[in-house]
Design a protein around this ligand. Sequence first.
Ligand code: FE2
Length: 292
Amino acid sequence: MSIQSLGYVGFAVKDPAAFDAFATGVLGLMAGEGGGGEHRYRLDDLAWRIAVEAGETDDLAYAGFEVAGPAELEALRARLAAGGVAVADGGAELAARRGVLGLVTCRDPDGLAVEIFYGPTLRTETPFASPVGVPAFLTGDQGLGHIVLSTRDMAASRGFYEDLLGFRLSDIISMRMGPQFSMEMAFFHCNPRHHTLALMPAPLPKRLHHFMIQVPTLDAVGFALERAEAAGAPITASLGRHTNDHMVSFYARTPGGFEVEFGFGALEVDEATWRVGRHDKPSSWGHKRGAH
Ligand SMILES: [Fe+2]
């Protein structure tokens, strides 16, 4: 029993208007119903997957992980409590704001607001339509995408995300940061998406290094790259293919300061046959950094 997917994320950014232009005009997200000072964006038939509010942190404000239903929510709440995590009922007001049937809230070991919910609002009657012609985003049982978070305490974070939320290790990349220093990034899955969460053991100023959204064709990545360049968005990593999930992607800096990875072609985890691997490089080719 574990969480099923990353259901939604909320960002707090200093300039929501700039983020809005980027989200719709570059990424091609569909504007969803906002309100209460929030912009919301759709990637699929859910009423929203990404919410953006005004805030000073320019960072991830909360992450929402989906479970199948009320019994699974209760079981996970009990496991978190037994694990020593302060977990609270989200309450009717927050559930209504998020458009879910039920949720509980807690914090990860670095203080990130984590919400676990079931019953998201579906807008099946209004199909997803990208304002710039992105054909679709790959979501479904793989959830909205992935997030890569920094942590000051890898052991505590792994205890929370693996032992309590039920993430499983996909692989490790040993990232050489200099001649004397390398950092072991850990990648975790909870469904066929190779990683829904990755953890970087580094005291970075932001929790969120990047979030990733996935499209079904290489052309959709190429068109997004050209929109990002035309909009003047810094391309923080050139087109490349990752060693571990085989995703072909580029990275751009969002107006929130954190990055977005826009990708295609990732392999999927078959839990029955998957074995944990390790890598010494993040990319087979490309993903050149430092141009900006
Ligand atoms: Fe990524």
